[in-house]
Design a protein around this ligand. Structure first.
Ligand SMILES: [Mn+2]
Length: 347
């Protein structure tokens, strides 16, 4: 029999609801186990899904044979001769420890198997991701008010002020966390796709890029919006319209069965034809769920198919160094017909 050792934290959360930072799972054909220590036993008991047995490994560090005897008992009970491991996650030092207490077992790589399951979202997951995005939109609406106020009054505000406002408002509207550090880029900083926000002060005619996401019951949201200056230049307006056109075309036409590469091409071809292909310097989107970046990937290098009931971002961009950049990002649910846009924020 084969058992699978799950060490990836998002996979553990997906399987068990357990979100502690120490622990691992063992999935046998008939029973699933969560191993964790005293700091998390209480939490595990309160949050874990039914049917998973909690194994307390608190004293193992003082007495390593403690884990060894429990471990052997379980492996023998289920007649395990092969152990699947997540090679993309398990460090070499931890692997050595497992190898030491499991000398007779054959190891096999199962990286990606859980991620392939997680790619398809259940109705409950779709609800949580949508809720996460609703909070994200409530936060953005407040941020826009703040920016309007500062533009009107000329009161000083820095990129990092807005970053912290996003975090505080996320908490206020019920998010448990942000899904990644918000990207707030004023003026020419918007030409850097992942600008590190700093102490730059907003100028009256700055274009603003905001890329932000929340976490709600473990599930991430992700959205990018541009806040155009009161009087955008013709070039800003032209590039904005082009990115929006490319994004909307992709959103309308992505279908299950298409490869990640084909899905990426939908927005990229429009930007290429307009002469800005070289300025679209990242992939066209990504899966999202418990992690901010999951499979599938909308990219040249991703030949696998887009699947129904996966949730992906669509986020083309054009970056003109020293001038400005534009990216527009929505989250969509893949269906058999028109994808469902989960993003309601105005563009
Ligand atoms: Mn994104």
């Amino acid at each position: 029999m084969q058992a699978n050792l799950i060490t990836n934290r998002s996979n553990i959360a997906y399987l068990s609801n357990f979100t502690g930072t120490a622990g691992f799972m063992l999935l046998t054909p008939t029973k699933n186990y969560l191993f964790t220590d005293a700091r998390y036993i209480e939490r595990a008991k309160n949050t874990i899904k039914k049917g998973i047995k909690i194994i307390d490994v608190t004293h193992v560090f003082r007495n390593p044979t403690g884990l060894k005897s429990q471990w052997h008992k379980i492996l023998n009970k289920h007649k395990i001769h092969t152990l699947g491991i997540e090679e993309d996650d398990l460090t070499i030092s931890r692997f050595k420890k497992f190898k030491k207490i499991t000398p007779k077992v054959k190891f096999t790589n199962i990286s990606g198997e859980m991620e392939t399951k997680r790619e398809i979202k259940t109705a409950g997951e779709i609800r949580l991701i949508t809720k996460s995005q609703r909070i994200n939109e409530q936060v953005l609406a407040e941020i826009k008010k703040i920016i309007r106020h500062h533009r009107r009054t000329g009161k000083k505000i820095m990129e990092t002020d807005i970053v912290w406002k996003i975090k505080e408002l996320g908490h206020h509207f019920g998010a448990e966390d942000i899904s990644f550090e918000p990207i707030v880029a004023f003026g020419s900083h918007s030409a850097r796709p992942h600008h590190l926000s700093g102490n730059t002060i907003l100028k009256k005619n700055d274009i603003i890029l905001i890329d932000m996401g929340m976490k709600y019951r473990g599930y991430c949201s992700d959205m990018t919006r541009m806040i155009l200056p009161p009087k955008p230049t013709p070039k800003q307006q032209k590039i904005y319209n082009l990115v929006l056109k490319a994004q909307q075309h992709a959103i309308k036409n992505i279908r299950p069965g298409m490869s990640g590469k084909q899905a990426d091409t939908l927005s990229r071809n429009i930007i290429k034809k307009a002469g800005y292909g070289e300025k679209y310097i990242h992939s066209g989107g990504h899966g999202i769920g418990l992690d901010i970046h999951e499979i599938p990937s909308l990219a040249e290098s991703y030949g696998k198919k887009i699947r129904r009931n996966s949730i992906i971002t669509v986020e083309p961009g054009i970056y003109l160094e020293g001038e400005f950049g534009v990216r527009i990002e929505d989250m969509i649910l893949i269906t058999n017909s028109l994808p469902l846009n989960l993003t309601n924020a105005p563009r």
